[in-house]
Ligand binder design. Structure first.
Ligand SMILES: [Zn+2]
Length: 292
């Protein structure tokens, strides 16, 4: 199932049919695992195995139940990954970004689901209620505590990412960790007890001292590092006076349409470097230029 949008949003458009009922049906799960056509997404270091812009799958042989993650079906063929609770996410960020650049967004969407789940299993091995070691449950989409019976589910953490707009310019900022010249939209986690619009207004006020007067939603994307849901918005602000929170940003500046277009084209003399295409900040710039 694909939700149509005329925007390019990284990590969306996955062709996975998640066949949720099979997660709760041991016989159905066993039948899928025994299908000789079943395939495995093998990524012991959490990097996507790729081949020509697509994910590279291996033949699947049935695994112990506690290692079996049923991703779903693609073209009617069962797709699995292997849960390794001892695994740790590789820190090879530069290598990962190159791989993501090469992946079709739908393929990256499959990877996003698999990576977030495998990483969650490795980081959530014990019951948050009683401290007992838990085991994978529901074909890898949950964990079950054998002592207190609590079911634990992978969480998704919402993050707002937004362009502040004043007249015909938008505000871009850079964190010290960014690549040289790179600027992006501002962003921050939605806090407990907050709406998306309130989180956008608070983050803009905290990080840049600008006051949002209207917030509109643009698009969202899963961001599997480790499990965020990026919620992209554009916020009108009351004026263009910026007061930076230097703990969050080392610089911020207003850019106009021509400057954003030059950055997205990758012009050598662009006043900033744009985020990569798979990042929803890139989508936000394009949406703003298109008047979304
Ligand atoms: Zn427990």
């Amino acid at each position: 199932m694909t939700i149509a949008t005329d925007l390019y949003v990284g990590f969306t458009g996955s062709p996975l049919d998640r066949v949720e009922p099979a997660r709760h049906d041991p016989q159905a799960l066993a039948a899928l695992a025994a299908n000789p056509a079943a395939l495995l997404l093998d990524m012991p270091d959490y990097l996507p195995p790729t081949e020509g812009g697509a994910l590279a799958w291996k033949p699947f042989t049935p695994l112990p139940v506690e290692e079996t993650l049923l991703l779903g079906l693609i073209d009617g063929i069962p797709r699995f990954a292997r849960i390794d609770p001892e695994a740790a996410a590789a820190r090879r960020w530069a290598e990962l970004m190159t791989l993501l650049d090469s992946l079709d967004r739908g393929e990256a969407g499959i990877y996003a689901a698999a990576r977030s789940l495998l990483d969650w299993h490795a980081r959530h091995r014990f019951c948050a209620n009683c401290g007992t070691k838990t085991a994978p449950h529901h074909a890898g989409w949950a964990r079950l505590c054998p002592v207190c019976g609590t079911e634990h589910y992978p969480r998704t953490d919402p993050v707002v990412i937004m362009l502040a707009q004043y007249q015909d310019r938008v505000l871009v900022g850079r964190q010290p960790s960014f690549a040289p010249g790179r600027y992006s939209a501002l962003a921050g986690f939605v806090e407990v007890g907050e709406s998306i619009e309130e989180a956008v207004a608070r983050e803009l006020r905290e990080e840049a001292g600008v006051v949002a007067t209207a917030v509109r939603y643009v698009a969202s994307q899963p961001w599997p590092f480790p499990s965020q849901l990026m919620v992209a918005c554009i916020a009108e602000v009351a004026d263009d006076t910026v007061t930076l929170d230097m703990a969050e940003l080392e610089d911020a500046k207003w850019v106009d349409r021509a400057q954003v277009e030059a950055a997205l084209r990758g012009d050598a003399d662009a006043v900033f470097g744009a985020p990569p295409r798979y990042a929803i900040a890139n989508t936000l710039f394009n949406a703003w230029l298109a008047g979304k």
